[in-house]
Write a protein that binds this ligand. Structure first.
Ligand code: AMP
Ligand code: ZN
Length: 274
């Protein structure tokens, strides 16, 4: 598991201290925003983002960096040190920004830093000595938890693929009557046809349902729709027309958890659909 943590720790170096404590528990590369351009984000499994909170705000450069990233969806975590302010995962502005950037945020870690810009003036020395040993121990426990959830999610995905009916059909473990195949798409005759011609078209990637279509995997959908007219012509149903259906989830009547489109023809279909 490769982790890249981008830390802006300007005043007291508190956030960097916390990140370094984490790195002693789970190996990771730590860089500041400027140095981050030397790394290809797509090489990392988990991205960490951290800074002190200055007047309740994350570091401007870190925020700007997070706003501009354009990498693949991946796991992430956030850490902050703060004199007075603290966020929950729901309200944290950086967590929310990362979610909009297709990040699966596995955790938010905050601890008090010794921020003389805020605390000194208000309550003088409240956080003196923080982050302390207890904070750093919490940081180490936190990052172990992040690593564990990452591994669990990976295992779960692997298990889902291993017992997926359509993945097995794609790789030939379960026989099917193939109608069409290319790099991204596999199409086969439905075992229980609902029309004279009934073909199931699936992406060659385990996408669970229409709900899991993302910017990254939407190319499979384009490839499927490119295949539709070719398959229709092959079946001789392009002239009279056909129906393409995707069932999603319980209400949609989806029975196999691998995204698929039904291409049906050879008869007229009713509308509205039943
Ligand atoms: P859905 O109900 O939309 O999830 O569609 C799943 C479709 O897969 C149904 O139309 C089933 O008849 C079809 N199906 C299930 N198992 C097989 C199989 N082994 N070979 C071909 N089609 C299958
Ligand atoms: Zn699958």
């Amino acid at each position: 598991m490769k982790i890249l943590t981008i830390v802006e720790s300007k005043h007291q170096g508190n956030t960097l201290k916390v990140a370094k404590a984490m790195a002693r528990e789970v190996p990771m590369t730590i860089t500041d925003v400027k140095g981050a351009s030397n790394y290809n984000l797509d090489d990392y499994d988990i991205l960490g983002f951290g800074s002190g909170l200055y007047y309740g705000r994350y570091d401007k450069e870190l925020t700007r960096f997070a706003k501009a990233i354009n990498d693949k969806p991946r796991a992430a975590f956030v850490l902050f040190t703060s004199g007075i302010n603290a966020y929950s995962e729901k309200t944290d502005p950086l967590v929310n920004l990362l979610k909009r950037k297709n990040k699966n945020v596995l955790g938010l870690f905050g601890c008090r830093g010794h921020d003389k810009f805020i605390v000194f003036r208000i309550v003088g020395g409240l956080n003196k000595g923080h982050p302390d040993e207890a904070d750093l121990k919490n940081a180490r426990d936190f990052i172990s938890g992040v690593a564990e959830s990452y591994e669990n999610a990976k295992k779960k995905k692997g298990a889902a693929i291993m017992d997926c009916l359509f993945c097995k059909i794609i790789n030939g473990e379960i026989p099917s009557t193939k109608v069409f195949e290319n790099d991204m798409v596999y199409a086969f005759r439905d075992i229980s046809p609902q029309a004279p011609e009934h073909v199931v078209i699936v992406p060659k990637a385990h996408i669970k349902s229409a709900n899991e279509i993302t910017e990254e995997n939407v190319k499979y959908i384009a490839a499927i729709w490119e295949a539709v007219p070719a398959i229709a012509r092959q079946l001789g149903i392009d002239g009279d027309g056909y129906r393409v259906v995707n069932n999603c989830g319980k209400n949609g009547g989806q029975t196999v958890d691998h995204l698929h489109f039904h291409l049906m023809g050879g008869r007229e279909f009713a509308w509205p659909a039943g």
